[in-house]
Ligand binder design. Structure first.
Ligand code: PEP
Ligand code: MN
Length: 341
């Protein structure tokens, strides 16, 4: 931490800051410039936060130098992590040594629609299936998902296909039942900063897929991951799914640079959701290629056996030639960038 004194700070103001830092066992290194003095603090950063240094007379500003997240930080955990999803022989890794393709319907609508979508996904090379039983919809009049019935359908489709299930939980009260049926719990963009829900999934004992809030900075997103990690659950996979910008051509703007930025700061795996980023199926394949090229640890993509009839996000669901092109990309490109798919 660095304390910047104002130009008119007195010697007494500087001594007060030094004394306050030393009172909690820290060291203060004073560096006098022509106009301003800066004071470098060394010691336990948490104890400095309680000192309210910003409010002291003569203090102009206080800057943090190290990241505010700890458990998810790469600083103390230089090796990138692998998170395993599923049970026994069906366990699938997500991490730096592989590339994981997750696909399935946006929403679970019927058993047949879910099974058909997941069979398509599996045939295209997917090794984990997605599908929402609890849908966070902008409108309360839109299809909200089948709830527990949807969870049972997902579990049945897992029995048939062998693919582990990732599905969203939108309410802390539903965490136990979702954890009972699913292999991985998804926190959607609208709930990234729902701290009670983050703590509840942190306690659930299952891996978590944490989507980036659509207006969240990378630091806020990693702090959300820290909430989960702080409950003892380090099996967290981050998912970049686009952020809100002024550009209306796509539903969200895929922040592709978030992938290497996150990988430099955190040891957690990071995947990309090109479907929810673009909101249009014609961009899903090019954005998936971009995700692979930039070093993402996987992609998660919407597929539907009949997108025109989909109850949720039909325009972005893949089928036919786009799905074949995606299958080719996820098979061919990861080895070309040094990943064993
Ligand atoms: C989803 O994956 O079904 C979903 C709702 O995604 P997001 O939270 O990124 O909008
Ligand atoms: Mn969706």
């Amino acid at each position: 931490m660095v304390v910047v004194m104002s130009a008119d700070a007195t010697e007494e103001d500087i001594s007060h800051v030094v004394e306050r830092v030393e009172s909690v066992g820290g060291s203060a290194f004073v560096s006098k410039g022509v106009v301003r003095t800066i004071i470098g603090l060394v010691g336990d950063i948490d104890s400095f936060h309680g000192l309210n240094l910003r409010t002291m007379t003569g203090v102009a500003d206080v800057h943090r130098i190290s990241d505010p997240f700890k458990l998810v930080s790469r600083q103390h955990h230089p090796d990138r992590s692998t998170v395993w999803v599923g049970q026994g022989e069906h366990r699938v890794p997500i991490g730096p040594d592989t590339f994981t393709f997750i696909a399935g319907p946006c929403a679970v609508e019927t058993s047949q629609q879910t099974l058909e979508a997941v069979e398509m996904a599996k045939a295209a090379g997917a090794t984990i299936m997605r599908g929402g039983a609890y849908k966070p919809r902008t409108s309360p009049y839109a299809f909200q998902g089948l709830g527990e019935e949807g969870l049972r359908i997902l579990a049945d489709v897992r029995t048939v296909t062998g693919l582990p299930v990732v599905t969203e939980v939108v309410d802390a009260r539903d965490v136990p039942v979702v954890a009972e049926h699913a292999d991985m719990l998804q926190i959607g963009t609208r709930n990234m900063a729902n701290f009670g829900l983050l703590q509840a999934v942190g306690d659930a004992g299952k891996p978590v897929l944490l989507k980036r809030g659509m207006t969240a900075t990378i630091e806020e997103w990693l702090m959300a991951a820290e909430y989960i990690a702080q409950r003892g659950n380090l099996d967290v996979v981050l998912c970049e799914r686009g952020i809100r910008t002024f550009e209306p051509s796509t539903r969200n703007t895929l922040d592709i640079s978030a992938v290497p930025v996150v990988q430099a700061k955190s040891h957690l795996p990071i995947i990309v959701d090109p479907s929810h980023a673009a909101g249009r199926k014609d961009l899903v394949v090019p954005l998936s290629r971009a995700a692979i090229a930039v070093g993402a640890d996987g992609v998660i993509v919407d597929v539907h056996p009949n997108p025109e009839q989909a109850l949720c996000d039909g325009p972005q669901a893949l089928l036919g030639s786009e799905l074949r092109a995606l299958a080719q990309a996820v098979r061919q490109l990861p080895p070309a960038v040094g990943r064993i798919s």
